[in-house]
Design a protein around this ligand. Structure first.
Ligand code: DAH
Length: 342
């Protein structure tokens, strides 16, 4: 008998069947759909069939399978409805197959890991407001009045007041902390920041930073470098190398940008490091005395260092994510990959 005839016969059989109890439904299911069930036979016959018949046969098989599955679903429903009489048929203690577990967001994982490394070095966490005034975001950090970062193009202003804005960096929290605390202080300040940027694979209008600030007597540039080296080695691995390149920020002097050595082994390495092998991870420097003074700290007694890093940037490196937008799109296929990450 060909597969087609066989299917016709089985279809008649399935149509005639009457399932009354949970056991019958289950036996039916195993007979047709089980691991050694008849559907397996069908598939084997399908495989052996001549190619030109496969199209038609495929359709028939699908129909047949749906009919069988329909019977199983209907059969289970009847059983639940009949509840009372059939109690012993229905196993209420049967495991439910589990609830799908969620995953931590990759940005939370990275944020937590960075914080825990710095906490072990004696930094404490503090947070500040996302809606800020000009003083804490710019003026208190020594940004000159005409600095381009204040421009409408970079900053989102609130209610058209030129004094209220969404913070463009977490450095604003430095100012708040220096105003509030007495030195010495060792603080990290995680948070969301906002910039009026076109959204692309490399830029977003909202992202996350972690700011670091260390103020004490006799803090030197080598303290800064050692702290960052230690951090990089804890995060990226104990043989990680870093380099500091001179840079400029209004609130630090001298200022630097820090790169980690990523390597040049693969084509991807070459592309993301633009052929240099080095990748920038953060900005830093010695707190400018003008910034200390503006917050009421005597710069003759105290000095310090500060640094600021982008969480998305570090997460992109850690998980090799090429497009920043993936972090904000809530696509389950992306997020599920981080199951098990703490
Ligand atoms: N606020 C800077 C930015 O958003 C990052 C930064 C650079 C923070 C140097 C610092 C620092 O504390 O010392 O680009």
């Amino acid at each position: 008998m060909g597969l087609k005839e066989q299917l016709a016969q089985w279809t008649a059989e399935v149509l005639a069947v009457q399932l009354k109890t949970a056991d019958e439904v289950e036996a039916f299911r195993i007979h047709w759909l089980g691991r050694k069930g008849k559907m397996k036979e069908v598939m084997a016959m399908f495989k052996a069939a001549p190619d030109e018949e496969k199209r038609d046969l495929g359709k028939l098989i699908n129909e047949f399978k749906q009919r069988v599955e329909h019977c199983v679903v209907e059969g289970s429903a009847i059983d639940v409805q009949s509840g009372g009489e059939d109690k012993q048929q229905y196993d209420w203690t049967r495991p439910d197959g589990g609830v799908p577990v969620g995953a931590h967001h990759p940005l939370s994982v990275v944020r937590r890991e960075i914080i825990s490394i710095l906490e072990r070095m004696g930094f404490v966490v503090s947070e500040g407001p996302e809606i800020e005034d000009d003083w804490h975001v710019f003026s208190g950090l020594n940004f000159p009045e005409e600095h381009p970062a204040r421009d409408m193009q970079d900053t989102f202003f609130v209610n058209r007041s030129p004094d209220m804005l969404l913070r463009t960096h977490t450095s604003s929290v430095q100012v708040r902390e220096m105003e509030k605390r007495e030195p010495p202080m060792r603080i990290i300040m995680p948070g969301r920041v906002f910039r009026n940027e076109a959204i692309s694979a490399r830029a977003h209008c909202m992202f996350h930073q972690i700011e670091g600030l260390y103020i004490d007597k006799g803090v030197s540039f080598s303290d800064l470098k050692q702290t960052l080296l230690r951090f990089a080695q804890e995060f990226f691995g104990s043989d990680t190398k870093i380099r500091l390149r001179p840079s400029y920020f209004p609130f630090t002097e001298p200022s630097a940008e820090v790169d980690v050595y990523w390597g040049l082994k693969t084509e991807v390495d070459k592309r993301i490091t633009k052929g240099t092998g080095w990748l920038e991870i953060l900005g830093c420097g010695m707190v400018d005395p003008a910034v200390l003074e503006a917050s009421g700290i005597d710069s003759r007694d105290y000095g310090g260092f500060a640094f600021g890093l982008g969480i998305e940037r570090i997460a992109m490196l850690k998980y090799q994510v090429a497009d920043l937008r993936a972090f904000f799109e809530s696509d389950m296929r992306f997020l599920e990959q981080f199951q098990g990450e703490q």
